[in-house]
Design a protein around this ligand. Structure first.
Ligand code: NAD
Length: 264
């Protein structure tokens, strides 16, 4: 590495990324950060109108740096279409962020088998799909970087969230396995492990509970920092893992949790 490497215009200049669950929260901030760092990005989300709104904003500068695509991560064809759109519009795929996920606040006993499979499908099998489908595109570019969104709940238990714990534990394990198997293709696979991050998704989960204001206050009280994380704080780490600055980081989990796990 030369000293001049520290003077690059953006750490993702010239790269093309695909981000799932990209129209809100961590995914949205990841798209914003990618563009700020010089990348082009496919905003792949089940909510096309929200994705289009974000793409319009990111493209307002003149040149096209963002493309909105409707993508349901439970469907192989949708993910394949998002990757193909990245190649057609921006010339290829260098970065795949398997970020889309959903929560279900239910204990093991209260979760039906069908609900459990659905949670695994959206949170874990989706990541398998995203990795598997991105590989051929990245091989064409001589390599790439995959960043999966896991969760602190991969590492601690709670009475609710039974299927979510299981799925996110799987995301962390899958990240390690895929990392080793894709080394030979010059594809790095890492995970980001958010703690409690203030997003629309978190607000939705809180509002599924009775007394949401009290629930939110009690979540904040449990944070060692006394505050929730911000989605941009996770996006910054995703951008680092996606960049060549992380060239020797493989199969790692980067915790972004304000010491939530450390202090647990
Ligand atoms: P969010 O709810 O703010 O945004 C999620 C986005 O995903 C939305 O735009 C939604 O339309 C999209 N989406 C939902 N289902 C989809 C599907 N089937 N296919 C494609 N897109 C879909 O969420 P967030 O809080 O930013 O969470 C993003 C990721 O981070 C998730 O994997 C979540 O589990 C993980 N995470 C979040 C937190 C947190 O506290 N917010 C903590 C740990 C991990």
């Amino acid at each position: 590495m030369a000293a001049s490497d520290f003077q690059r215009p953006g750490k993702l200049a010239g790269k093309v990324g695909v981000v799932t669950g990209a129209a809100s929260g961590i995914g949205e901030m990841t798209c914003r950060k990618f563009v700020a760092e010089g990348a082009s990005v496919v905003i792949a989300d089940i909510d096309l109108s929200a994705a289009e709104k974000l793409a319009d904003e990111l493209n307002a500068g003149g040149s096209q740096v963002a493309l909105a695509v409707r993508c349901d991560v439970s469907k192989m064809d949708d993910i394949e279409a998002a990757l193909a759109a990245a190649e057609k519009t921006f010339g290829g795929v260098d970065i795949m962020c398997n970020n889309a996920g959903m929560r279900s606040i239910k204990s093991v006993v209260d979760t039906s088998e069908e609900e459990f499979w659905k949670m695994l499908d959206i949170n874990l099998v989706s990541v398998f799909r995203g990795i598997k489908l991105a590989v051929p595109y990245m091989k064409k570019r001589g390599g790439g970087a995959i960043v999966n969104t896991s969760s602190a709940y991969a590492h601690v238990g709670s009475a609710g969230f039974a299927a979510y714990h299981a799925a996110k534990g799987g995301v962390s394990s899958l990240t390690r396995g895929a990392s080793v198997s894709l080394l030979k293709d010059n594809i790095r696979v890492n995970a980001v492990v958010p703690g409690v991050i203030h997003t629309a998704g978190l607000d939705d989960a809180v509002h599924q509970r009775p007394n949401p204001e009290e629930v939110l206050a009690s979540i904040i009280e449990k944070q060692p920092t006394g505050r929730l994380g911000r989605p941009e704080e996770v996006a910054n780490v995703i951008a680092f893992l996606a960049s060549d600055d992380a060239a020797f980081v493989m199969g790692a989990e980067y915790t972004v949790d304000g010491a939530y796990l450390t202090a647990a």
